[in-house]
Design a protein around this ligand. Structure first.
Ligand code: AMP
Length: 116
């Protein structure tokens, strides 16, 4: 297990947020500092994976589920098209070390990237 992060506290309910989607293994909620008209974070409930490279190696089905939930959210909250960003490592802008997908959608500006 990695050290508890803010996202671990969101999964446990210690930090209350509105879940926009929830499956047995995944939850999604709005990013508190949105960088696009739709900016949703999709995270696994498990805190076992710090980043997407670890997740891809350890549980590719869970990574695929995150992509599937992202697609459904982009259809619900925008036109179905979306940008999916995983910052992997501190030098790539990652600040929370509980793997998470940034789903950006809805009138994206060309080149808009999270953390840039
Ligand atoms: P990253 O820089 O890729 O690790 O992304 C972390 C993201 O988490 C940032 O976009 C933050 O705005 C977002 N964030 C941090 N704490 C919270 C929170 N309590 N609720 C919603 N979003 C958060």
């Amino acid at each position: 297990m990695t050290a508890e992060t803010v996202f671990g506290k969101i999964v446990s309910g210690e930090i209350p947020v509105e879940f926009l989607a929830e499956t047995d293994r995944v939850v999604a909620f709005n990013d508190m500092h949105p960088q696009a008209p739709v900016h949703i974070l999709v995270i696994p409930k498990t805190s076992a994976y710090a980043n997407v490279a670890e997740l891809a190696a350890g549980d590719p089905d869970l990574l695929a589920e995150i992509v599937q939930v992202s697609r459904e959210l982009a259809e619900r909250f925008a036109d179905g098209d979306f940008r999916l960003i995983f910052n992997n490592g501190a030098n790539a802008g990652q600040t929370v070390f509980h793997v998470h997908a940034h789903v950006l959608a809805g009138g994206l500006e060309e080149g808009s990237l999270v953390g840039s």
